[in-house]
Ligand binder design. Structure first.
Ligand SMILES: NC(=O)c1ccc[n+]([C@@H]2O[C@H](COP(=O)([O-])OP(=O)(O)OC[C@H]3O[C@@H](n4cnc5c(N)ncnc54)[C@H](OP(=O)(O)O)[C@@H]3O)[C@@H](O)[C@H]2O)c1
Length: 315
């Protein structure tokens, strides 16, 4: 059996999801190349075997990106109310640029992070449509793939914590009854490592989430409990989201796409995915409340699983 280390490109490596994936892959012995625009945004440059400086939105800066790479992972995306760049520039085109670079270099396996219920949501929100179209392109390309469609990650819950700390109030979209199972980036990274090592797990689209379910109302209450504050939770009715999106559409397409995304999640009673991982969001939020960074808060819940070493190049 060959003992050659598999080489993985991580695009989105400076973000929460890609950073967690990179950390786990490096920890489990993969050779990892990180794509980034700014090295200082990487969790730890020592975890990268190679750093490729490039802009995913500019294909001319990506020449050589996927040379000698076995597997490409991408979680590049925006969730911004700024007008530019748009979801089509980043969530769609930047990911396609990476996919084209992978194809050109003969990469055999592409792993992409979409969003939960992307196909259903695509009719409502351009954000979901952009990611769903990338997923469809990959799936119909003939290349091996894994499309993950996650529910919210732990960094979403951090937004509740920040709102409660800074404003003393958490605003929920809809009545807060929609249920989800938040996922740690490190738990997700372990699953990514698994699908790289096991060829039988390829060519699937999987909705994924964490090990515990919460309604948004329960998550908001948990955050106030952790902070030792009286819960102050307000609801933004769905009809307001609908009107808000309509008003935003003519002059801020990104904001429109995001509000439509929130509207979909508020309207959907079950936003859970298949439970993967073991890390608990309450412990994560307590770590954040005690002053840890996002990365420290995640890692303090248990290191990635080293037991699956060594990595070989089969498949
Ligand atoms: N987090 C969640 O709860 C969640 C759940 C389901 C699906 N997703 C999907 O996963 C994506 C990533 O989530 P995340 O939490 O990891 O987000 P994040 O922490 O904001 O990371 C986003 C990544 O995309 C890169 N990026 C953004 N704009 C770019 C641009 N114009 N050009 C090149 N790179 C750019 C960022 O690079 P820089 O550091 O250089 O900006 C960063 O590496 C989301 O956009 C979403 O579509 C997220």
């Amino acid at each position: 059996m060959s003992k050659k280390r598999k080489k993985v490109l991580v695009a989105g490596a400076t973000g929460y999801i890609g950073g967690g994936v990179l950390e786990v892959l490096h920890g489990q012995g993969f050779w990892v190349r990180a794509l980034c625009r700014d090295k200082n945004r990487l969790r730890n440059t020592n975890w990268c075997d190679d750093i490729f400086m490039g802009h995913a939105t500019q294909p001319d800066t990506l020449k050589g990106l996927c040379e000698d790479i076995d597997v490409v992972f991408s979680s590049i995306g925006i969730h911004s109310f700024n007008r530019h760049p748009t979801f089509w520039d980043v969530d769609y085109q930047a990911n396609l640029n990476i996919f084209e670079a992978a194809k050109a270099s003969g990469v055999k396996h592409f792993i992409f992070v979409s969003v939960l219920h992307a196909s259903e949501m695509a009719r409502l929100s351009p954000l979901a449509k952009a990611r769903d179209q990338v997923a469809q392109t990959i799936m119909h390309s003939g290349m091996d793939y894994n499309i993950f469609a996650p529910t919210g990650f732990f960094n979403d819950a951090q937004e509740f914590l920040d709102a409660a700390k800074k404003k003393g109030v958490i605003r929920l979209f809809g009545d807060g009854s929609s249920i989800y199972n938040p996922l740690s980036a490190l738990d997700f990274g372990e699953e990514v490592a698994r699908v790289i090592k096991e060829p039988l797990l390829r060519n699937t689209v999987r909705p994924v989430g964490g090990c515990e379910k919460f309604s948004n109302q329960q998550m908001a209450e948990l955050v106030f409990k952790i902070l030792g504050q009286e819960p102050h939770i307000k609801s933004i009715p769905i009809w307001i989201l609908t009107l808000w999106a309509l008003a935003l559409r003519p002059f801020n397409y990104n904001a429109y796409a995001l509000v439509k995304f929130f509207e979909f999640t508020a309207r959907t009673p079950d936003m859970t995915g298949e439970a993967i991982g073991h890390r608990h969001v309450e412990a994560f939020l307590r770590n954040l409340a005690n002053g840890m960074s996002l990365v420290e808060a995640d890692r303090a819940l248990g290191s990635w699983n080293e037991s699956r070493l060594p990595i070989d190049a089969k498949g």
